[in-house]
Design a protein around this ligand. Structure first.
Ligand code: PXP
Length: 242
């Protein structure tokens, strides 16, 4: 099980003043040197954090897995092909949302992904992961499209207000991960994970390949530093491996 660090909010901080710091590539380097297996960024249509030039700088500097998170627009697919990262995670994107609010509406996007998105990305060797809610039907549709991986949306789990809700979400994630694995899909996960909720998640949900963690990790690094923070996440992940 590997840790990918989402560095969007290093760009959020940089953009607050329009200066060149904190530097995205330097942040990525510190994360990787601390042991992260790779870096995720989300180039949004409105470019609110990561900018086009960041993407190319990351392509040149990241040594491990580079995961390009994006909406499946023609514009993004064209940039994806120029960047040629290892992995592309397709997500829904709403203009007004503060962050990605849920998995893809698989029934809604299925035909478009089958006819337009997959054939286009399949001209490359980039692996495709689909961000989905832990729903069997959605996972089945991701499999039918030929995705290499799914990323399970953990936002509902992370935001649970009661034990009952948390346990329900864990059961859904457990079932979703088990089903995806049985279909031969890699199982990634992310959204809202942090040092407090990660241990229960990792000890309950099987077959995990990668977790993608951003906001909580970057926030904690203000107090602890990025290297120490990444190492703290890795320590939790190592404990889960045993
Ligand atoms: N995975 C996906 C698909 C996301 O959209 C995000 C948020 O950009 C993350 C993981 C990371 O979520 P967080 O920033 O809450 O750790």
């Amino acid at each position: 099980m590997r840790l990918l660090v989402n560095i969007d909010h290093v760009a959020t901080l940089r953009n607050a003043r329009g200066e060149g710091y904190p530097d995205i590539s330097e942040a990525a380097r510190v994360c990787e040197e601390a042991g992260a297996a790779g870096i995720v960024f989300h180039l949004r249509g409105d470019r609110r954090h990561i900018k086009d030039e960041d993407v190319f700088a990351l392509k040149d500097s990241v040594k491990g897995t580079l995961d390009f998170e994006m909406a499946a627009t023609d514009e993004m697919i064209s940039i994806l092909k120029k960047v040629n990262p290892h992995l592309c995670t397709l997500v829904p994107e709403g203009r007004e949302e503060l962050t990605t609010e849920g998995g893809l509406n698989m029934e809604h996007i299925f035909d478009d992904f089958k006819e337009r998105v997959f054939p286009s990305i399949r001209e490359t060797n980039i692996e495709i992961s689909l961000f989905v809610d832990p729903i069997h039907k959605d996972i089945e549709l991701a499999y039918q499209l030929g995705a290499e991986a799914i990323e399970l949306h953990t936002g509902e789990y992370s935001n649970s207000k009661t034990d009952h809700q948390r346990n329900n979400e864990l059961m859904r994630l457990f079932a979703g991960a088990t089903y995806a694995h049985s279909l031969g899909l890699k199982v990634n996960a992310g959204h809202g994970l942090n040092l407090e909720n990660l241990p229960l998640f990792l000890s309950t949900v099987p077959h995990l390949n990668e977790v993608s963690i951003g906001h909580a990790l970057i926030s904690k690094s203000l107090f602890w530093g990025l290297e120490k923070t990444v190492k703290a996440y890795l320590k939790l992940i190592e404990a889960y491996k045993l």
